[in-house]
Design a protein around this ligand. Structure first.
Ligand code: 6R9
Length: 632
């Protein structure tokens, strides 16, 4: 199923459009099924209702583990690099990982977990996180992994939305020279989570934790009580595999639902093709498993292909900015997949941290999470790839399950800051505001996809209407991505960024409404408006315009209080970079905040604010412009 020439790509693409069912059946044949499908695809985008490989039976962990045992049992499945470079790395071969997953799956069973139950996982980037994820999949439980940077309140919201029965966590996590008390955060969260019956706690940092009788149990104790034989649950292709929460333009994060069969096929297919993975190579994706990139390209994609996946507990700048290059050298990494924000951050340290590190094992470089600017692209290409490694700039989303628009390494000619061409099976269209398809090249518009692919989300958990409204209602019979896009003269795609009220901070999606709600919870705040602004390292930063009730307030102190409130309500990742206190917000006569104007002010482009005549009170704009100039 690996594409090895541009002609082969074109052929595959043509096949996938002309006969999608035959095309994807051919791809799916490369996986292990307990029973093959009755029908490859049935779909409509109006409800929406999408089903892939209906009638097929499988277990994704048999594809990720069992099927590799006979010939590749001793191949490293996971290489784990700890936060502390002095500590020894850990290698789990496929055989060992299989045993650990089966054992922990039995722990879950012993604690009452059944097929279809939702399990919340809030863990550090340790091998047991991958074990926990796969153990859920082994017995057909649905995992909902929550990134370690979210607050107790955010965790509680997610646990309650999915009605999770059990939580898997650790005492704490190491991040650079910091320790985060994960169990403490979970304890706070669980005060408001009546559905949770058990908490399994892994010892990691050995910090003191409060273990509640009857509810909290230790990972280490539990695994001793079970055996390592756990037959894989037989799953329907359309059974739920996981829920992953993501931010949109309105309200609370929604639980994106992926199902077993289609997701597996799509993650595996895109992994092997985009990165041109070769047997025995080491693949290093720097994402956290708390995000979709970690799900698809640390766990399921690589393991389904029998690959060796490197998992890193720490951060790229600890103990210093040479850490990534040390890891590449130490583990002879062949494929490195990271985010533009990491590249820009490392770039700011110059080339000194790279010197003396042997990066010659690198063959392919990948980028994901946000648009990569040309400067970062060239630095990545020259300083890291030594002008000798293709860069795959991979565009995709949580809702997509896997990479959608991207070069295929050694196949697609690359172009700085372009995601280039759609993968086989992906039919992108650009549409104008009225929903008309914009044909031809050298055009820009909103990016939609007009035909399903196996990794497409099936619903948003517990609220199908929301899925329909968010993705399938803006434009008739199309999946709307929320991204703006340009198609150049060669038909190459360049993603230009979100066109909705989502800010992309260091590759993390944050909804402006969510941040506003958090800020508004502070007792002194009357109203607020949040927009994104260009940030040198993060891509986008968060700019908050805040009306405070008492004009005599201590601005510094109140800013800190607001930051603390946001950290409590959402988590540190949503803290505004800038807070400007204002006496009013630019509103239309109907009371809508004109974000367009605030965005321009945040960008520093105040010379051309456009038409302000429809504003209720044009004078506030002058005040905000003046205040923003001082804040810069
Ligand atoms: C995989 C992931 C999705 C949003 C997406 C877009 C942005 C991701 C990109 C990119 C330009 C790329 N995005 N990859 N923009 N070029 N190569 O990041 O999923 O967290 O759901 O974010 O990220 O705006 O809509 P997710």
């Amino acid at each position: 199923m690996q594409i090895n020439s541009f002609e082969a790509y074109q052929q595959a693409y043509k096949h996938s459009v002309e006969n999608p069912e035959e095309f994807w059946a051919g791809i799916a044949d490369n996986f292990l099924w307990k029973k093959k499908w009755d029908k490859v695809l049935s779909w409509n985008f109006s409800e929406p209702n999408v089903k892939w490989f209906e009638g097929a039976k499988l277990n994704i962990t048999e594809n990720c583990l069992d099927r590799h045992l006979a010939e590749h049992g001793d191949t490293p499945a996971i290489i784990w690099e700890p936060n502390d470079p002095e500590k020894d790395p850990i290698t789990l071969t496929y055989k060992i990982l299989h045993v650990q997953v089966c054992r922990f799956a039995n722990v879950l069973k012993k604690n009452g977990v059944k097929k279809g139950d939702r399990i919340c996982i809030y863990m550090p980037m340790v091998p047991e996180l991958a074990v926990a994820v796969l153990a859920c999949a082994r017995i057909g439980a649905v995992h909902s992994v929550i990134f370690g940077g979210f607050s107790a309140q955010s965790i509680a919201d997610r646990i309650n939305d999915a009605k999770c029965k059990l939580v898997i966590t650790a005492d704490g996590s190491f991040r650079g020279n910091k320790q985060i008390q994960l169990k403490e955060v979970i304890d706070d969260a669980l005060i408001g989570c009546p559905t949770v019956e058990k908490v399994i706690v892994l010892t990691n940092t050995r910090t003191p934790v409060s273990m509640i009788k009857g509810r909290d149990i230790w990972w280490e104790d539990e695994v001793k009580l079970v055996d390592a034989n756990c037959p894989a649950e037989e799953m329907d292709a359309e059974d739920m595999l996981f829920i992953l929460y993501t931010s949109g333009s309105t309200g609370k994060p929604k639980g994106v639902v992926h199902t077993v069969g289609g997701y597996m096929v799509y993650a595996g297919y895109t992994f092997t093709n985009v990165f041109n993975y070769q047997p025995d190579e080491v693949f290093f994706c720097t994402a956290d498993i708390g995000w979709i990139t970690g799900h698809s390209y640390i766990v399921y994609g690589p393991l389904s292909q029998g690959a060796t996946t490197l998992m890193f507990e720490g951060i790229p700048t600890y103990p210093d900015a040479s850490r990534m290059w040390q890891i590449v050298e130490k583990h002879k990494v062949n494929i490195l997949y990271t985010a533009p924000t990491a590249i820009r951050s490392l770039m700011s340290f110059g080339t000194e941290p790279i010197q003396g590190h042997d990066l010659s094992s690198l063959r392919v470089l990948g980028s994901v999470g946000e648009p990569i600017n040309e400067e970062a692209w060239h630095w990545y290409n020259e300083e890291i790839g030594k002008d000798n490694c293709p860069i795959v700039d991979t565009w995709w989303q949580t809702e997509n399950g896997g990479i959608m628009i991207s070069p295929i390494a050694f196949v697609t000619p690359t172009k700085p800051s372009y995601a280039t061409l759609p993968l086989p099976g992906i039919q992108p269209v650009l549409v104008d505001e009225a929903g008309n398809e914009i044909e031809g090249n050298g055009v820009s518009g909103n990016l939609c996809i007009k035909f399903p692919w196996p990794g497409i989300l099936r619903t948003t958990y517990g609220d199908h209407e929301r899925c329909k409204l968010t993705y399938f209602s803006t434009y008739k019979d199309m999946y709307f991505t929320g991204d703006g896009c340009m198609r150049d003269q060669d038909g190459y795609y360049k993603i230009t960024g979100r066109v909705d009220d989502v800010i992309n901070v260091s590759g993390h999606r944050i909804g402006t409404a969510e941040v506003e709600n958090a800020i508004n919870m502070h007792s002194g705040v009357v109203e607020s408006a949040v927009v994104g602004f260009p940030h040198d390292v993060k891509g986008q930063g968060i700019y908050a315009f805040v009306i405070f009730g008492n004009s005599q307030h201590d601005e510094d102190l109140n800013k800190r209080d607001i930051l603390q409130t946001v950290t409590r309500v959402i988590g540190a990742i949503a803290k505004p970079d800038k807070i400007l206190f204002v006496s009013g917000l630019p509103k239309t006569r109907s009371g809508k905040i004109m974000r367009r104007i605030l965005r321009k002010i945040a960008e520093g482009e105040t010379s051309n604010l456009g038409d302000t005549s429809t504003l209720l009170d044009p004078a506030v704009v002058e005040e905000i412009v003046e205040g923003a100039a001082k804040l810069r």
